[in-house]
Design a protein around this ligand. Structure first.
Ligand SMILES: N[C@@H](CCC(=O)N[C@@H](CS)C(=O)NCC(=O)O)C(=O)O
Length: 214
């Protein structure tokens, strides 16, 4: 399999974690977002959404959208499961994953930030404040979910990593990069530290990718 990825892309990071947890080998195909490689016609032809990640299977089939890719991997390679079997567990894991992937990430992705900078003329410090605002909003909700629900264990759901943890860890990396205050989220940070003990998460982190740079 080939994974179209960018070292700092948190959506690609989610899929890298899932592939590692499943023990699946893949060939990274770096797509530089700062250079705009994802907008070039060659890439847009293969991925009409012009985003990373994209997973290309050995038969040439291409999949995009990180959560759809992770659910595909989970069905095709069921061990270890990343989405629980039971209906309530599935709903809870998807809800936590979507809280990050839909309620935080789209407000802070590159094209949203570039629109603030280039089209609306915001200063860099204003853009950074925007970024931290949506992280704080989203992580506060996540923290409440983790502390109020009996479903949480040493990971977001129970005592093994799931798709929710695949989303949580990259989001915390982004928060750290933008120097967000993470002290209000002790439970989320405990889960983060627990995940980072695992080789599958550690190996997927931005600084360990072949295209990593400053
Ligand atoms: N919902 C998509 C989000 C994908 C996405 O926004 N990827 C970012 C990198 S993390 C990207 O390609 N951004 C390019 C841009 O914003 O122009 C997913 O989960 O795969």
């Amino acid at each position: 399999m080939k994974l179209y990825t960018f070292f700092r892309s948190s959506a690609a990071f989610r899929v890298r974690i899932a592939l590692n947890l499943k023990g699946l080998a893949y060939e990274p195909q770096p797509v530089s977002l700062p250079k705009g490689d994802h907008r070039r016609p060659e890439y847009a032809r293969v991925n009409p959404q012009a985003l990373v990640p994209m997973l290309e299977l050995d038969d040439g089939t291409r999949l995009n959208q990180s959560l759809a890719i992770i659910e595909f991997l989970d069905q095709r390679y069921p061990q270890p499961p990343l989405v629980p079997e039971d209906a309530l567990g599935r709903a809870r894991v998807r809800s936590l994953a979507l809280l990050i992937a839909c309620e935080i990430h789209p407000l802070n992705n590159l094209r949203a930030l570039n629109y603030l900078r280039k089209d609306l003329g915001l200063l860099e410090e204003q853009v950074n404040a925007w970024y931290r605002h949506w992280i704080a909003e989203g992580l506060a909700k996540l923290e409440a979910e983790l502390t109020q629900s009996p479903g949480a264990g040493s990971f977001c759901h129970g005592d093994a990593p799931t798709m929710a943890d695949c989303c949580l860890v990259p989001q915390i990396f982004n928060a750290k990069r933008y120097k967000s205050d993470l002290t209000p989220y002790p439970m989320a940070m405990r889960v983060f530290e627990q995940c980072m003990q695992l080789e599958a998460f550690d190996r997927a982190q931005p600084s360990k990718q072949p295209d990593a740079s400053e």
